[in-house]
Design a binder for this molecule. Structure first.
Ligand code: FES
Ligand SMILES: [Fe+2]
Length: 453
């Protein structure tokens, strides 16, 4: 018999009692700071965020894979800071990408392999550990610079296939920063991820407009109506978890057409595709939407070996449902069922304009154990491990990113327009949007020095 609407209006923690991967976190007390427009437009607020927050949080710099061999390096920016990551003798070193002589930017390429880095201005040359190994006319200096000059460095770590960094040496370490998130990310075994899409887009909005959006599922019905075909976005069913440190999580039951999806007695094509892919006859589930998810989980378990897949480390929820982790302050990791793909959706602060930001969108795919090729269904192409992925960089409006992402990104400049208006007093949030409140509360806690110390 098909499940009633009431029976389908359950959260993941209720759907999987005893499953650690969906345990509901205790609800914290919210500070409820007012989310006013000046938080998105004020230079002063931006400066406070920089001094007290951005320098003290752990950020993902890039893929560990891009820094695998000694001399492998890549560069990126956080706000106005140019940064350099290079594989040295004991791991990945993080340096400010700035020559110590007169401050020129040191490495101008985005990535590559070198055994040393030479400044194009006067030729000072640095080794992989940041030591100055050559300088023109060394004897012309009061003290030989090669005796004492090094690149300015900061901490890095490798975790979950990413290179992480923190600019402030006094801030807590990565484990403490991630807290509960560490075990949750580990449960997916993401280490073997390979970046198959890489976009960096300058957006005409404050960084928080972008990440506010990834905190809530309230906009799914209006901005992404197509998602109602496959995920249960009903407010009774979406689970929001708020964690110490400002991180949070949203879980949406997947392979589970939303009760808001009409009509109820047909199957959307996307679900039909998911079922036939696993040799399940879709006909029998036409009017039993609530039973698709458990049936698919069971079939995936039963047939994993014959499909060459190992799901032994994953819970049932991880086989079908959608987990969106928001790592404080601005990195959303959306993990597809089976951990097959991860979307990294992140905003970084613009170097100087509070009304602009840098948006990163990566797709990270997991290669099957021991295989060097991967069929990427989303783009209908076969990837190889050593394929060079183009890093697409442009300003918003010049090119599309991808369908689902553009729906989120295109709303951001529209929201930013309201942030300066006399007509906007403050955000009015519903319960489903409490992660937005939590994000802003924690930004203020960093600024006041109550977090990240
Ligand atoms: S600024 Fe780099 S060598 Fe002079
Ligand atoms: Fe969205």
């Amino acid at each position: 018999m098909s499940l009633t609407m009431e029976e389908r209006n359950i959260t993941p923690s209720e759907a999987y009692p005893g499953d650690k991967t969906t345990t509901k976190a205790a609800e914290p007390e919210l500070l409820k700071v007012e989310i006013t427009g000046d938080r998105y437009t004020s230079k002063e607020f931006k400066d406070q965020e920089w001094t007290h927050m951005w320098r003290r949080v752990w950020m993902i710099a890039g893929m560990a894979d891009d820094c695998a061999e000694p001399g492998d390096f890549f560069t990126c920016d956080l706000g106005h800071e140019p940064l350099l990551f290079v594989r040295g003798k004991d791991g990945v070193n993080g340096f400010y990408n700035i020559c110590q002589h007169r401050g020129a930017k040191l490495v101008l390429q985005e990535k590559g392999m070198m055994d040393s880095f030479s400044c194009i201005y006067h030729g000072w040359k640095y080794g992989l550990e940041g030591e100055l190994i050559e300088a023109q006319d060394r004897d012309d200096f009061e003290r030989d610079p090669c005796e004492h000059v090094r690149l300015a460095d900061f901490r890095t770590e490798i975790f979950a296939g990413f290179v992480w960094y923190c600019l402030d040496d006094d801030a807590p370490g990565l484990d403490e920063f991630l807290g509960d998130m560490k075990e949750q990310l580990e449960s997916w075994q993401l280490n073997d991820g390979f970046r198959v899409e890489h976009f960096t887009v300058e957006l005409p909005c404050n960084w928080k407009v972008v990440i506010d959006n990834f905190q809530e599922g309230y906009h799914i019905r209006t901005l992404h109506p197509q998602l109602m075909e496959t995920v249960n976005e009903n407010k009774e069913s979406v689970q929001y978890d708020l964690y110490d440190g400002g991180h949070s999580r949203m879980i949406l039951l997947g392979c589970d057409p939303s009760p808001n999806f009409k009509p109820q007695n047909t199957l959307p094509d996307s679900i039909t595709h998911m079922l036939t892919k696993w040799d399940i006859d879709p006909e029998q589930y036409k009017d039993k939407h609530g039973e698709i998810r458990p049936a698919l989980q069971q079939t995936k378990r039963d047939k994993s070996a014959e499909r060459g897949k190992d799901f032994s480390h994953l819970s049932d929820a991880q086989l079908t449902d959608n987990f969106l982790y928001d790592l404080f302050p601005s990195c959303a990791l959306s993990v597809y069922p089976e951990g097959e793909y991860v979307w990294l959706l992140r905003s970084r602060p613009h170097p100087d304009d509070p009304e602009k930001c840098i948006f990163d969108y990566w797709t990270i795919a997991k290669f099957p154990e021991g295989e060097d090729t991967l069929y990427w269904e989303h783009m209908d192409m076969t990837l190889t491990r050593d394929a060079e992925i183009e890093h697409k960089q442009f300003k918003w409006g010049e090119e599309p990113i991808s369908f689902g992402i553009d729906q989120d990104v295109d709303i951001a400049p529209i929201v930013q327009q309201g942030m300066r208006s006399h007509g906007f007093k403050k955000a009015i949030l519903c319960n489903q949007e409490r992660r937005v409140q939590f994000l802003h509360d924690n930004i203020d806690r960093y600024i006041k020095g109550d977090l990240g110390r």
